[in-house]
Design a protein around this ligand. Structure first.
Ligand code: GLN
Length: 306
């Protein structure tokens, strides 16, 4: 609280929240404080910045206090706000699934572009003939929903079928909420399964952001990650255990002219190359860098088709 007799304003509350979070070790204290204050007063960040003189009611101050206390304990801002922007859309996020990361937007961009090219060269006419897309390990549903939203904007939605899977029933429930919130509840089929349903017909495009953090690195991740489900992060001894299980079923999961886009961790490109050489001889493999220049998405294509 400000000194006795001095009314709390948006500006003074912001300043104190920022100093507290900075003292607590947050490297993004100002941004965190702006987002949390905006959340506490039910406004957006620009309103907070534009109107520092507005008085803060005691109940708003109380809500801000609760948010700042959670952040001080290391909880990610996205979980406190319950929302994260991904590919220009707002997604509901909570402890049920990983918070979508900006790097994963690459899966959406490359996936949309591969879909557009395939549909332009071979339009799908019949229902059975539709372009099949699978998002394996959908988590919050961010990748599947953002991809479906792009395809809807470009008029491709009637030509595609989208399946999103997850082994976690909790994550899947969140993904359904996100699809419905974006008007895509009918466009995406959700299935609870490990990787893929056994009888699933092969896909034209498979995207996957599977857990890829080496188990021993988990305790070394920023404290915010300890609030996220370990199941969504833990990729086994070298980070690629789950990815390898997917590689093993790719030959039946992909059509001969299909494409798989797999997100991987920093420094994992070499190990992935070895895994592909071993499990999928003759397949083509290319890496796409994220904005930090790190090979982030592996693009895999069955060799024989090209
Ligand atoms: N990018 C996430 C992180 O480094 C990991 C996501 C994942 O395992 N798929 O925290």
């Amino acid at each position: 609280m400000p000194p006795e007799g001095v009314p709390e304003t948006v500006g003074s509350a912001l300043q104190r929240a920022m100093l507290r979070l900075r003292a607590g070790g947050s490297e993004t204290a100002r941004l965190d404080a702006e987002l949390l204050l905006a959340h506490a007063i039910g406004a957006d960040r620009t309103a907070v910045l534009a109107h520092p003189e507005v008085p803060l009611s005691p109940s708003m101050a109380e809500r801000l206090e609760a948010c700042v206390a959670r952040r001080e304990r290391g909880e990610p801002v996205a979980y406190i706000r319950g929302i994260k922007e991904f590919h220009g859309l707002a997604f509901t996020v909570d402890h049920r699934a990983l918070i979508p990361r900006p790097e994963s937007e690459l899966l959406v961009e490359i996936g949309a572009s591969r879909t557009a090219v395939a549909l332009a060269s071979a339009p799908r006419r019949t229902d059975a003939d539709r372009f099949r897309i699978v998002d394996v390990g959908t988590g919050s549903g961010a990748v599947a929903v953002a991809l479906a939203a792009v395809l809807r904007r470009r008029g491709f939605l009637p030509a595609v079928r989208i399946l999103a899977t997850d082994v976690s029933a909790d994550a899947l429930a969140l993904a359904v909420e996100n699809a419905v919130a974006h008007g895509l509840g009918e466009a995406i089929r959700f299935e609870r399964t490990d990787l893929l349903p056994p009888d699933e017909p092969p896909a034209d495009l498979l995207v996957a952001n599977l857990p890829y953090v080496p188990s021993e690195d988990l305790p070394r991740l920023p404290v915010a990650a300890s609030f996220e489900p370990a199941l969504a992060l833990d990729g086994g001894p070298d980070g690629l255990s789950v990815v390898r299980r997917l590689l093993a079923i790719l030959p039946r999961a992909l059509r001969p002219a299909g494409v798989a886009l797999l997100e991987i961790g920093a420094g994992e490109a070499g190990a992935l190359q070895d895994a592909v050489d071993g499990a999928l001889p003759g397949w083509r493999l290319e890496f796409h860098d994220d904005l930090a220049g790190i090979p982030r998405v592996a693009e895999l294509m069955p060799g024989a088709a090209r």
